[in-house]
Design a binder for this molecule. Structure first.
Ligand code: F3S
Length: 62
């Protein structure tokens, strides 16, 4: 599974980083970045939750 964050939609709410800090991090300017292009299997559920809970719908799983 792949994950991307749309940096034009992200507003830095940080829900993703709280739910799965192993995959998401906040950049210096306060927006989320996916630290790994391929999500390890053990984090897939957390990443799906983050995608569903992001208020800006900025996270896409592929
Ligand atoms: Fe950005 Fe959504 Fe995460 S707004 S910081 S991708 S919860």
């Amino acid at each position: 599974m792949k994950v991307t964050v749309d940096d034009e939609r992200c507003r830095g709410h940080g829900v993703c980083c709280s739910l799965c800090p192993e995959v998401f991090d906040l950049s210096e300017d306060g927006y989320a970045v996916a630290q790994v292009p391929l999500v390890p299997v053990e984090f897939e559920d957390a990443v799906r939750s983050a995608a569903g809970m992001c208020p800006e719908r900025a996270i896409t799983v592929h």
